[in-house]
Design a protein around this ligand. Structure first.
Ligand code: TRP
Ligand code: ZN
Length: 862
C-alpha cells in the first residue's frame, strides 16, 4: 500500500491541462480487463509544467501521443501516477492499461459484485480504472464502449445515451454510450451483468418523456417497485420545489449487493447498495421503506446539486452533500410527518455527529487537510453540512432561499465551484450579508449556547442573554463568533389558556441580550424551535418548565425536545448516583403523552429514551457501564409505573391495525407506537408472552424485527428458538440475513463473545461483503454497549481483530468501523486504556492503509 502525505485546501491550484473529450473502450474480463483511454488534451494557459496523470493498481500497456507510441524513457511511471513532457498545446493521448476486477476487494474502481461488473469512482477511484486527471475540476465529455460476453453480460451500461451496439466474434457483443454533459471522472460509471429490469417513464414539466430503468438481480423484480415509485416522487418534487427538471432521456439505477456506501449519483446511471432499492412487505421494515425513498431522492437530487454544478476540489464536498442532504430531508418531511422526520434527523446529529465533532477526527464541514478523502464522507460533511444549509434557509426565508438557488444554477451550471460561490449566490440573491455566516465552513466542533433569563415585572420585559462558545482545539485556538439563527417560543399563562409567541433572533456576537416586552408574567421559553441550529445548550430549566413546554409549545420539535431534556437529566443523575429517585411526575407526564391525540408516530418518538450515544455525549469521563445501567433503570421505572397504560395502548394500536382501510402513514405510525410499548413491556416477566405472540403472528418485517430485538435486548429465553426459525426462513435473502447477523450481535448476554466467534464462522458470513461485515461487527460495536464496553476488554479486542483483517480486504469499511474505538478519550478508565491498547496494536499493522493510518494517527496523537 502506498503511504502518501496530507493535502491542504490552501494549496489548491487549477489543473495545468484539461481534457475535452475522453473515449474509453473497456474489454471486460474477470482478471484481465483491458482499458483503452483516448483523450483530447489541451494545455491550460502558458506554462511548461509536465503532464501528470493519476493512476494506481493497474498494468500500463502503452502510451501513444498523437499517433506516436512512447517508449518507456519518454515517461516516468510511479506507484500512483505517470508523468510525461510535451511541447504540444493540444494533442491526443491514448493509454492502454490492464486491471483485475475480480481481485479488487476494496470495491473502488472496477470490481465484481456477484456475477456483475460495476464501478465506484467517487472520490478517487477512477485512477484505478485508467490514468487520468482524477480531480473534480477536470470535466470532459465521455464516450464509453463496453465489450463483454453476451450470455453472461446481456446488459452493458454506462452514462448518457446508448449510441451504438452490435455483435462481435467469440460470443461477445458491445454497446457504446455517449454522455453529452461534461463531467468529472468521479461521476463515470460502467455496469455489466444479467438483471431483471423494471421499466417505467416520467413525463417532465416541459413534457419530455424520460425512460426510467431499475436493474436488479434476477427474481427480484417486484422488490424494485417501491424504489421506482420513490424515483417518480423525487422527480416531481424537484420540479415543484426548485423548478429543476431532469436533463437526459434515460435514468438508470442498478442495485448491487457489494457496495461500500449507500449509493452513488453517477450521471444517468446510479449504482445503489441493494439495501436501498429492494423491498417488499415481507422482507423490509417500515424504516427500510423510508430510507429507500430518501436515498433514491438523494441520488436523484444530486443530478443538479452535484452533477450539473459540481465541486472544484474534494475539500468542497459539503457543497454537494450538505445541500443534497438538506434537499432529501425536506423531501422526506413533505412526503411524511415533518415533525417525526425532523426528530429523526436531530437524533442522528446528536448521537453521532456531535461525538465525531468532539473526537480526534473533528473537522469543519469544509475540511482543510486530508490524507484519505474517503475518510471525509462523514456525518459532519453530510449532516452538519445539511444543518448549515438549513440555517441559511431559516435566515433567508423560503422565498429568498429559492432565489438564491436559482441564481446559483444560473451562474454555475456546468461548472466546478466552491462553497463560497454557493454562499455568495445566496447573499447576492437575497441581499443579506453572509460574511460572518461563512465561518460555519471553517470552524469545527459543536458550539454551546449558554442561556440566562431576566424577568422585569415592572417594565413587563423578559430578556434573554445568549453566550456562544465553540470548542478550542489544537488547530482552532481562538474560534470566532458564529452567525446563529435561534427560533424561540415564549409561553405564558393567561387565565387557564396558554399563549404562545414565536420569534427568531440572530445571535452574531459572542454574548448578546435580547429583550421582549409586554410580558406581565415570566414566560417559559422553548429554545431552538425546529432545532434551528446545530448547537448544544447550557440552560437549567426546571422540570415544571419542561412539563409546560411538553404540553404547550406550538412547535412539535420543542415538545419532543423538552421531554428528551427531562429524560436526559434523569439519565445523568442515575449515571452518577445509581439510587437516584426518579420523580414520579415523569409517569404523569408519560401518561398524558400516551393519552394525547397526537400522531402515534410522534408519541412513539416522545416515548423513546435518549440513546447510549446521546447520553455518552452529555457526560465527561463516561463510565459506559453506568450509562447502560441508567438506561435499564429508567426503562424499568417507566415499564413498571405505566404497565397498564402501555398494555392498553399496545392493544389499542393492534385493534386499529386490524382495520383494512388505513393509509400507509396510519399503519406505520400505529406499528411504531405499538412496538415502543412492546419494548417497554418485554422485560416484565408477565409480558414476555407478548413478544412470542408478536413474532409468531407477524405478517411483516417491522413487527418480526421488533419482537426479535426485544428478545435480544432482554436476553429472553425464546431468543435462540426464534432466531433459528428466522434463519431457516430467510437464509436465501441476503438483506434479511444482514438483519439476522445484526440481531445476533445485539444479544445482551455474557455468552456474546462465543456467539460472535461462531457467527464469524457462519457459512453466510464474509468480510468481503460490506453489508454483512457491518451487520455483524458494526451492530455489535454500536448496538451492544454493555458487552462492547465490557471491562474485560473482549469487545474492543473483537472489533480490532476484525478491523485488522479488513485493513487489507477493504480499507474503507475498516475505517468506518473503527469509529467507536477512536472515541476512547471520552471514556473513563479502564475502558479508555483498553481501547487505546487496541488502537496501538492496529497502528503497528504491516501494510496499514491510509484510511486507518489517518484516524489512528489523529486519535493517538492526543
Ligand atoms: N456521493 C455518494 C452520495 O452521497 C457517496 C458515495 C457513494 C461514496 N459511494 C461512495 C463516497 C464511495 C465515497 C466512496 O450519495
Ligand atoms: Zn450524496
Amino acid at each position: 500500500m502506498t503511504q502518501s502525505t496530507s493535502r491542504f485546501l490552501a494549496d489548491y491550484k487549477p489543473a495545468f491541462y484539461t481534457v475535452h473529450s475522453i473515449k474509453l473502450t473497456v474489454e471486460l474480463d474477470d482478471t484481465q480487463t483491458q482499458v483503452t483511454n483516448e483523450m483530447s488534451v489541451s494545455r491550460q494557459g502558458e506554462h511548461n509544467e509536465p503532464l501528470v496523470l493519476d493512476g494506481e493498481q493497474q498494468t500500463l500497456l502503452s502510451i501513444t501521443l498523437n499517433n506516436n507510441k512512447l517508449s518507456p524513457e519518454q515517461y516516468t511511471l510511479s506507484e500512483n501516477n505517470v508523468t510525461l513532457n510535451t511541447n504540444e498545446d493540444s494533442f491526443t493521448l491514448t493509454i492502454v492499461t490492464q486491471i483485475d476486477p475480480e481481485n479488487n476487494t476494496s470495491l473502488e474502481g472496477l470490481f465484481k459484485s456477484g456475477n456483475a461488473f460495476c464501478t465506484q469512482c467517487e472520490a478517487e477511484g477512477f485512477r484505478r480504472i485508467s490514468y487520468y486527471f482524477d480531480r473534480p475540476d477536470v470535466m470532459s465529455v465521455f464516450t464509453t464502449k463496453i465489450i463483454a460476453d453476451k450470455t453472461l453480460y446481456p446488459y452493458l451500461l454506462s452514462n448518457g445515451n446508448k449510441i451504438e451496439e452490435g455483435a462481435l466474434d467469440n460470443n461477445k457483443h458491445f454497446v457504446t454510450w455517449h454522455d453529452p454533459f461534461p463531467k468529472p471522472c468521479y461521476l463515470f460509471a460502467l455496469v455489466a451483468g444479467d438483471f431483471d429490469l423494471l421499466a417505467d417513464t416520467f413525463t417532465t414539466c416541459s413534457n419530455r418523456k424520460v425512460a426510467l430503468e431499475i436493474f436488479v438481480d434476477k427474481g427480484n423484480l417486484h422488490k424494485a417497485e417501491h424504489a421506482m415509485a420513490s424515483l417518480k416522487k423525487s422527480m416531481q418534487w424537484d420540479e415543484e420545489t426548485f423548478g429543476l427538471e431532469y436533463d437526459l432521456d434515460i435514468y438508470m439505477i442498478v442495485a448491487v449487493d457489494f457496495f461500500n456506501m449507500g449509493a452513488m449519483e453517477n450521471k444517468g446511471l446510479n449504482v445503489f447498495n441493494s439495501k436501498y432499492v429492494l423491498a417488499d412487505k415481507n422482507c423490509a421494515t417500515d424504516s427500510d421503506y423510508f430510507n429507500i425513498e430518501a436515498v433514491i431522492a438523494h441520488e436523484y437530487f444530486h443530478n443538479w446539486t452535484g452533477n450539473r454544478v459540481t465541486c472544484r476540489d474534494w475539500f468542497q464536498l459539503s457543497l454537494k452533500e450538505g445541500l443534497t442532504v438538506f434537499r432529501d430531508q425536506q423531501f422526506s418531511a413533505d412526503m411524511h410527518s415533518s415533525a417525526v422526520t425532523r426528530i429523526q434527523n436531530v437524533r442522528v446529529l446528536r448521537s453521532q455527529q456531535f461525538a465525531e465533532d468532539a473526537g480526534p477526527m473533528s473537522h469543519p464541514i469544509r475540511p482543510e487537510k486530508v490524507l484519505e478523502m474517503n475518510n471525509f464522507y462523514t456525518l459532519t460533511v453530510y449532516e452538519k453540512g445539511a444543518e448549515v444549509i438549513r440555517m441559511l434557509h431559516t435566515l433567508l426565508g423560503k422565498d429568498n432561499f429559492r432565489l438564491g438557488m436559482d441564481l446559483y444554477f444560473k451562474r454555475f451550471d456546468g461548472m466546478a465551484v466552491t462553497c463560497d460561490d454557493f454562499i455568495n449566490a445566496m447573499s447576492d440573491a437575497s441581499g443579506k450579508s453572509l460574511t460572518q455566516f461563512k465561518r460555519w465552513y471553517s470552524q469545527s466542533g459543536t458550539p454551546t449556547i449558554s442561556v440566562s433569563e431576566h424577568f422585569d415585572p415592572e417594565q413587563a420585559t423578559y430578556s434573554l442573554t445568549l453566550l456562544q462558545r465553540s470548542p478550542v482545539t489544537k488547530v482552532q485556538v481562538a474560534p470566532d463568533a458564529l452567525h446563529i439563527p435561534i427560533k424561540i417560543e415564549l409561553i405564558t399563562d393567561s387565565n387557564e389558556a396558554k399563549n404562545v409567541q414565536e420569534f427568531m433572533v440572530e445571535l452574531t456576537e459572542e454574548s448578546q441580550v435580547f429583550t421582549f416586552s409586554g410580558f406581565e408574567l415570566k414566560p417559559t421559553i422553548a429554545l431552538l424551535a425546529d432545532f434551528s441550529a446545530p448547537v448544544k445548550t447550557d440552560f437549567e430549566q426546571t422540570d415544571e418548565e419542561l412539563f409546560t413546554i411538553i404540553t404547550s409549545a406550538k412547535n412539535s420539535f420543542c415538545r419532543w425536545d423538552a421531554g428528551q431534556k427531562l429524560l436526559m437529566s434523569y439519565l445523568k443523575s442515575l449515571t452518577l448516583m445509581p439510587d437516584f429517585q426518579i420523580p414520579t411526575q415523569l409517569l404523569t407526564c408519560f401518561t398524558d403523552i400516551l393519552a394525547s391525540d397526537e400522531d402515534p408516530a410522534f408519541i412513539a418518538e416522545q416515548l423513546i429514551l435518549p440513546s447510549f450515544d446521546e447520553a455518552a455525549d452529555m457526560i465527561d469521563e463516561v463510565n459506559p457501564i453506568a450509562i447502560v445501567s441508567a438506561i435499564e433503570t429508567l426503562t424499568l421505572f417507566i415499564a413498571q409505573g405505566l404497565e397498564q397504560p402501555l398494555l392498553d395502548k399496545l392493544h389499542y394500536c393492534k385493534t386499529i391495525l386490524q382495520n383494512n382501510e388505513l393509509t400507509e402513514a396510519e399503519i406505520t405510525s400505529n406499528k411504531a407506537l405499538k412496538n415502543i410499548c412492546l419494548h417497554y413491556l418485554a422485560p416484565l416477566e408477565q409480558h414476555t408472552l407478548l413478544v412470542e405472540q408478536q413474532f409468531d403472528e407477524s405478517d411483516n418485517m417491522t413487527d418480526s424485527l421488533a419482537a426479535l430485538s426485544c428478545s435480544a435486548k432482554y436476553n429472553l429465553a425464546i431468543f435462540t428458538e426464534q432466531m433459528q426459525k428466522f434463519e431457516s426462513q430467510w437464509q436465501d435473502t441476503a438483506l434479511v440475513m444482514d438483519k439476522y447477523f445484526s440481531l445476533s450481535a445485539s444479544l445482551v448476554s455474557e455468552d456474546i463473545y462465543r456467539q460472535l466467534n461462531n457467527l464469524t464462522e457462519h457459512h453466510l458470513f464474509s468480510l468481503k461483503n460490506p453489508n454483512r461485515a457491518r451487520s455483524l461487527i458494526g451492530a455489535f460495536a454500536m448496538n451492544n454497549p454493555k458487552y462492547f464496553h465490557h471491562s474485560s476488554g473482549q469487545g474492543y479486542e473483537f472489533l480490532a481483530d476484525k478491523i485488522a483483517a479488513l485493513n487489507t480486504i477493504n480499507p474503507q469499511v475498516a475505517s468506518r468501523l473503527i469509529t467507536p474505538l477512536i472515541q476512547f478519550n471520552s471514556f473513563a478508565n479502564p475502558h479508555k486504556a483498553l481501547m487505546k491498547e487496541q488502537l496501538v496494536r492496529l497502528q503497528n499493522l504491516p501494510n496499514l492503509s491510509n484510511d486507518l493510518k489517518e484516524k489512528l494517527d489523529a486519535s493517538l496523537a492526543i
